[in-house]
Design a protein around this ligand. Structure first.
Ligand code: ZN
Length: 359
């Protein structure tokens, strides 16, 4: 009996071996294919061409336009048909990624037209072609604005800190998001209300004539980590960092308690956090006609404590108050809240709103 088992097992292992040999002989590319797949997966979005840029550094001094090149960080050569307007820049500043879409450039573009310049502050440079549009993804070490200059067939790229591009820089944070709804009463979620108010605030800032660069921690239902939210404000050295929240009673039960309050950083000895909070509170009360619940020390809250820039956390109203809950769901009231925050920020920046409006 045992002998039969041994023979059977030997037969089985022989069969498996034969099968393996057949497969390997028939598909020698299998191993290579899997390696290529691994590489592609590791690469993520496109091919890294950062080393190419570094290798091209000696080309710099040989270039005829060396002087012109020295004024900028990167230079790309464009096909004659491409105009500056055809190129789109998307700045995903929360992930430090700037992406350029250039129509009409092919797969071998970076080999045919070497990019030259220096790789300072660039962590990665990837290139991909998507439906005859070349996509260049640049990962930077911190938040930069990408400034394009076109001279003849050359496109120059420069990475500027927000304050080099804008006179004023502001960070806006819509509280909570994603799986963190914040305060909630049935279907009414704090994360949605804060997002709606911030979207209204963005509409106001988008029309603003002052030189203000505004950076948002989220404009969708995402939930950036607290470190990223306050990290954004610190990274861009914001003149004002405002986080928008909706209040609730401790028990979460509906009650008559209502009103607007703003949290600030007591530890900020410059007093700028308190000033910002006071301006936001004043203008929110003025616009919304709500009751003041005053300024509140907020040092125990992570994004306030970790902020190195003037910070204010606005509690627009109480979700646990029937009247304020109704108001805060209306677009009109959301616009009023946004307008109040906007005016509060302008006051903090020292921008004379009334005078500028007449201009
Ligand atoms: Zn909240």
């Amino acid at each position: 009996m045992e002998k039969k088992v041994v023979i059977f097992l030997s037969f089985c292992s022989m069969a498996v071996m034969c099968l393996c040999i057949t497969v390997l002989l028939k598909y020698p590319g299998l191993h290579l294919a899997s390696l290529a797949l691994q590489e592609r997966t590791a690469e993520g979005n496109g091919l890294s061409v950062l080393s190419l840029l570094k290798d091209n550094s000696q080309l710099l001094q040989m270039s005829e336009d060396y002087a012109e090149l020295q004024e900028h960080q990167l230079r790309l050569e464009l096909p004659g048909s491409v105009k500056k307007e055809d190129i789109t820049i998307t700045n995903n500043y929360m992930s430090h990624e700037i992406s350029l879409a250039i129509p009409g450039i092919g797969k071998t573009y970076f080999y045919d037209f070497p990019m030259v310049g220096n790789s300072d502050n660039i962590e990665d440079l990837r290139y991909d072609v998507d439906d005859r549009v070349g996509i260049i993804n640049i990962t930077t070490s911190r938040i930069y604005e990408c400034v394009m200059t076109k001279k003849r067939n050359y496109l120059y790229l420069d990475f500027k800190k927000p304050h080099q591009v804008y006179q004023y820089v502001v960070a806006i944070d819509a509280g909570h998001g994603g799986r963190a709804p914040g305060a909630n009463q049935g279907d009414v979620l704090e994360k949605n209300l804060t997002l709606e108010i911030v979207k209204q605030l963005k509409k106001i800032f988008d029309k603003d004539k002052h030189k203000i660069g505004v950076y948002y921690t989220r404009l969708d239902d995402s939930n950036p980590a607290f470190e990223s939210r306050v990290g954004l404000a610190n990274d861009i050295k914001a003149d004002a960092f405002v986080s928008v929240h909706i209040n609730s009673t401790d028990s979460g039960r509906m009650s008559g308690i209502h009103g607007t309050s703003v949290l600030y950083l007591v530890a900020d000895k410059s007093g700028k956090s308190k000033d910002l909070a006071q301006s936001c509170l004043n203008h929110m009360l003025e616009n919304m006609g709500s009751t003041s619940k005053g300024l509140v020390p907020g040092d125990e809250i992570y994004i306030i404590r970790k902020s190195k820039v003037p910070v204010a956390l606005c509690e627009v109203g109480f979700l646990t108050n029937p009247e304020e809950q109704r108001l805060m769901q209306s677009k009109e009231y959301q616009i009023k809240a946004a307008k109040g925050i906007y005016e509060g920020i302008l006051e903090q920046l020292g921008v004379d709103r009334k005078k500028k409006q007449k201009d």
